[in-house]
Design a protein around this ligand. Structure first.
Ligand SMILES: C[S@@+](CC[C@H](N)C(=O)[O-])C[C@H]1O[C@@H](n2cnc3c(N)ncnc32)[C@H](O)[C@@H]1O
Length: 297
């Protein structure tokens, strides 16, 4: 496609958005941008890029390559962030530790690296969903005392699972094989009792594990993660068990698939009211869901 100078006259621009979600997945959508009439070429490009990011609900640091087809049609190619370790929506980037039942749970250093595909590489850094879910768990000690807990996709921080252990649960922290070194390093660095570690890839069954409570934070953002994740959570949950899921929307199509897959397995999903989340840990971009078998528990 020839890159032409963006024409100045069109106020309403149709944007054809291509999103490079990961190496294997591209999504295509259409949206509109309305640059101001007197905008410079750079400002018109910026308006198109902003419209594409908003439509995809991706973060401001995503790269967007804008090309113009006509005065009123542009193509926006949105690719993964320039720095794969950069955290979108890092509401808690400066948080040093989380208080759980009088104990201080430090956040890990942000220097971990996990080799592997895009999904596994995300295990290297602590995400806002994990912080929000751990803080919420700390407000619900009765859910964890004496219970068996499995955290799925715990990553380098494993905050929800570690918080559950501090609240009296017996916890298995799990993630893909490639992430095990950072998860083990994490467990070794915090003196939290009743925590074990196990490699668990949702695509390979649950290996005999079961849980009263399953915890998962920011683990579903690609379409092909939905079915394996939901199947794994459903297989883990004992009767009467519950999944607490912190979720950050990155694609409404993925969200729809997630809620549909939960319902198909008889798992009832309700959002925890924002006002019930821990004070100071209620960012707009994270929602917490409580998922139970066969009805609200
Ligand atoms: C965005 S990170 C979130 C990490 C952590 N829960 C947090 O909130 O900081 C997504 C996590 O899901 C894990 N994950 C992705 N695909 C997985 C799979 N097929 N099986 C198990 N874990 C997976 C990644 O390894 C990573 O730890």
């Amino acid at each position: 496609m020839a890159a032409a100078a963006p024409p100045r006259e069109a106020r309403r621009v149709t944007v054809l958005v291509e999103h490079d979600v990961d190496e294997a997945t591209t999504t295509r959508i259409r949206c509109t941008a309305t640059p101001p009439a007197d905008a410079s070429s750079a400002d018109r490009d910026a308006a198109v890029a902003d419209a594409a990011r908003r439509a995809l609900r991706v973060e401001d640091d995503s790269l967007v390559d804008v090309r113009w087809r006509r005065a009123d049609v542009a193509t926006a190619a949105v690719s993964r962030r320039r720095d794969p370790k950069a955290l979108p929506g890092r509401a808690f980037a400066t948080l040093a530790a989380l208080d759980v039942k009088g104990a201080s749970l430090p956040l890990p250093a942000r220097d971990a690296v996990v080799d592997g595909n895009h999904a596994a590489a995300t295990a290297a850094t602590p995400w806002d969903g994990g912080v929000v879910l751990a803080a919420y768990a700390a407000t619900r000690p009765e859910l964890f005392r004496g219970k068996s807990v499995v955290e799925l996709g715990c990553g380098a921080a494993a905050l929800p699972g570690l918080a559950a252990a501090l609240l009296g649960a017996s916890v298995v922290l799990t993630d893909v094989d490639e992430a095990m070194p950072v998860v083990r390093r994490r467990v070794d660095s915090v003196a939290v009792p009743n925590v074990t570690v196990a490699a668990l890839d949702w695509r390979g069954g649950v290996g005999g594990l079961a849980a009263d409570v399953v915890l998962a934070a920011d683990v579903v953002w690609l379409a092909d993660l939905v079915e394996p994740f939901v199947a794994c959570a459903a297989a883990l949950l004992a009767d009467g068990g519950r999944l607490l899921l912190a979720h950050q929307t990155r694609s409404t199509a993925v969200d729809d698939a997630l809620f549909e897959a939960l319902a198909r397995r008889g798992l009832a999903c309700s959002e925890v009211p924002r006002g019930d989340l821990a004070p100071d840990f209620r960012p707009d971009h994270i929602r917490v869901f409580e998922v139970v078998r066969g009805g609200v528990g």
